[in-house]
Design a protein around this ligand. Structure first.
Ligand code: PEP
Length: 269
């Protein structure tokens, strides 16, 4: 079955409004090179979304994502300073079509767990807004070191708890990003981490697909897009993306430069 190939850029907190203008100016002529078979999403910081909207909001070659929203806050609940709600995202004047759910950095720094992530997904399922989640899962190095069975159990727990009461219909809208924490971003000394090997990434994405078969069914699992994330860049993208169960990438550092992001979309086609 042919699956939708999706490349997502995750800018985290690292782009300012001025950086976003610079990126968009660079991207304007380059976007022509994006293969039509590859969907491109950019998850920008909330403050930068309006700039992406200004440049690409009416251009379906780039879809806009936020990186998180807070659960349990509605226009009628008590005050919650600092929160961003699904209601605000839905009513935004920007055409926000995606949200990252459960990125490992948000799990760690905002202390959110599988239950919280499940509540986010349930809010999205109920909202019928059409906003699609990119659900991030993945293990730290301790788990990886304990071997495949422990890894399987860990990924299964993340999926089973995160997807509790999520219908098959809504599941078809979810993209899963497999992001081993040991391969994401930088080490504490500032040097870049190593990507998972293509074999390691394939094995985990295959495990994820087989868990989706258990939780849902074969047809649904065959159709779902599973991204790999963790130090993917133009030079290793082709090998990672040529694996049978890897249908795209979620890219942090290498997504901040327009040329590198476009090169990754080319490697995906
Ligand atoms: C990420 O933050 O989702 C990510 C994959 O980051 P990087 O590509 O920088 O490892």
């Amino acid at each position: 079955m042919s699956r939708q190939i999706i490349i997502g850029g995750n800018w985290k907190h690292s782009m300012t409004e001025a950086d976003t203008v610079e990126f968009c100016e660079e991207m304007k002529p380059l976007i022509e090179q994006k293969p039509t078979s590859v969907k491109l999403i950019i998850a920008a910081p909330d403050l930068c979304i309006h700039i992406l909207e200004r440049y690409f909001g009416k251009d379906d070659r780039i879809e806009i994502s936020v990186q998180h929203f807070d659960i349990g806050v509605s226009p009628t609940t008590g005050a919650r300073t600092g929160a961003t709600t699904l209601n605000q995202i839905e009513k935004s004047e920007s055409n926000i079509q995606w949200v990252i759910i459960g990125h490992s950095e948000v799990r760690e720094y905002s202390h959110i767990d599988n239950r919280y992530i499940n509540q986010q997904l349930l809010e999205l399922q109920e909202s019928k807004s059409g906003i699609r989640p990119i659900l991030c899962i993945g293990e730290d190095f301790d788990i990886r070191e304990q071997g495949t069975e422990v890894l399987k159990d860990y990924l299964k727990k993340q999926l089973t708890e995160g997807l509790a009461d999520i219908s098959a219909e809504f599941m078809k809208k979810i993209v899963i990003a497999y992001e081993p924490i040991w391969a994401i971003g930088k080490k504490t000394d500032g040097s870049a981490k190593e990507s998972a090997t293509s074999d390691q990434a394939q094995e985990s994405c295959n495990i994820i697909r087989s868990i989706i078969i258990e939780l849902y069914n074969q047809e649904l699992a065959d159709g779902i897009t599973i991204q790999y994330g963790g130090s993917m860049k133009a030079k290793n993208a082709e090998e990672l993306l040529s694996q049978t169960d890897i249908d795209g990438g979620l890219i942090g550092g290498a997504s901040k430069e327009a040329q590198s992001l476009i090169d990754i979309t080319k490697a995906a086609s």
